[in-house]
Design a binder for this molecule. Structure first.
Ligand code: ATP
Ligand code: MG
Length: 326
């Protein structure tokens, strides 16, 4: 069974795009596939951060993922920094990665352009991501377009390490997340809904109260026309609403295009579908958040299981690269 790995970086607020594009597919397939889910708290340190916020968000993300249905008995579920082998392997992989290779990463260039002071970790973060992936002999990494280049780097690094030092790592590949799962920003539908760049009005956050979700949807940008058509070029705002409705109800979005005469009716239906999907998660979150010691215990157990695998892999890599007897 192929092993699949997904990380969630605890910066910003988890939103409907994260749920439909990543969390829900994992929950649906966790019983029949081999899944690793982790909270990538180390990646949150690559840009300016507030220590208290990273600490709180890490627990919040863990609690939300559990509330959304991630089952720690079915998945390997942990926090990245609780497994020190991630950073240990990161260094070993730095020794097989070219400076030019990481400098070329498009995300690095884009994020670095927006910063006054660029952290070295922003440059080397794709190598840490390669370590996250290779540590667990991951076969498949479901990612959007923006992360493909990083998975390619992980592949290159794995192949190079194996060629130079002997077979050590499974060579991973990127897989597409399920179709029609790309949720766009409600206020600027040309951009994807994002934890770090969407405004509060543009993102449907998993912890928004039902009334707030409804208000945001009713105020979502629509298009110049008046009829409901499904065309993401001509009418991206309406297409996004149809995608959200399709995503929440498990139906093809085109199906709904003929069902509504006016934007207002469509928005009502979208609001109902989103609240039906997210309100139960929020309720379960509030219950779990009242017992943080339970969530912490789940994370401790996950880290222990992860370390059993990770220690083995790091030992193999250290032996191959010349740090331990082979
Ligand atoms: P950031 O802005 O910090 O990159 P993000 O919102 O893009 O945050 P990530 O942590 O990068 O979220 O991604 C977590 C998972 O959610 C990934 O599997 C990613 O493909 C998925 N995802 C993120 N945004 C969307 C979206 N708008 N629609 C569908 N899936 C998404
Ligand atoms: Mg992203």
């Amino acid at each position: 069974m192929p092993r699949r790995l997904t990380g969630f970086t605890p910066s910003g607020n988890l939103h409907l795009g994260n749920y439909l594009g990543a969390i829900r597919p994992i929950v649906a397939e966790q019983h029949t596939s081999d899944t690793v889910v982790f909270i990538s708290d180390l990646h949150a340190l690559t840009l300016h951060h507030d220590p208290a916020e990273v600490r709180e968000r890490t627990l919040e993300f863990a609690t939300l993922l559990l509330a959304a249905g991630i089952d720690p008995n079915e998945c390997l579920f942990m926090v990245q920094s609780h497994v020190p082998e991630h950073t240990e392997l990161h260094y070993l992989l730095e020794c097989v990665t070219g400076y030019g290779e990481v400098q070329r990463m498009i995300q690095f260039k884009e994020k670095a352009r927006r910063q006054q002071q660029v952290r070295t970790s922003l440059l080397t973060y794709p190598i840490l991501m390669a370590a996250d992936i290779l540590l667990y002999d991951t076969d498949e990494v479901p990612v959007g377009e923006d992360q493909r280049q990083h998975v390619e780097l992980a592949r290159d690094v794995a192949v190079r390490f194996n060629t130079r030092y002997g077979h050590t790592f499974t060579v991973p590949h990127a897989v597409n997340p399920p179709v029609a799962a790309r949720v766009m920003d409600l206020t600027s539908p040309a951009e994807k809904m994002s934890k770090s760049t969407s405004s509060a009005a543009g993102a449907l956050r998993l912890l928004d109260e039902p009334n707030l979700l409804r208000r945001k949807i009713m105020r979502a940008v629509t298009d110049a026309g008046t009829t409901v058509i499904y065309d993401s070029n001509q009418a991206p705002g309406v297409a996004n609403l149809l995608d959200i409705l399709g995503g929440c109800t498990g139906t093809q979005p085109q199906h709904f295009a003929t069902q509504f005469d006016r934007y207002g009716e469509l928005k009502q239906a979208v609001a109902n579908a989103v609240v039906d999907s997210l309100a139960p998660i929020r309720e379960r979150y509030l219950q779990l958040a009242a017992e943080p010691s339970h969530v912490r215990a789940v994370l401790r157990a996950g880290a222990k299981r992860a370390r059993d695998l990770a220690c083995d892999k790091v030992r193999q890599a250290k032996a191959a690269i010349g740090l331990l007897p082979s």
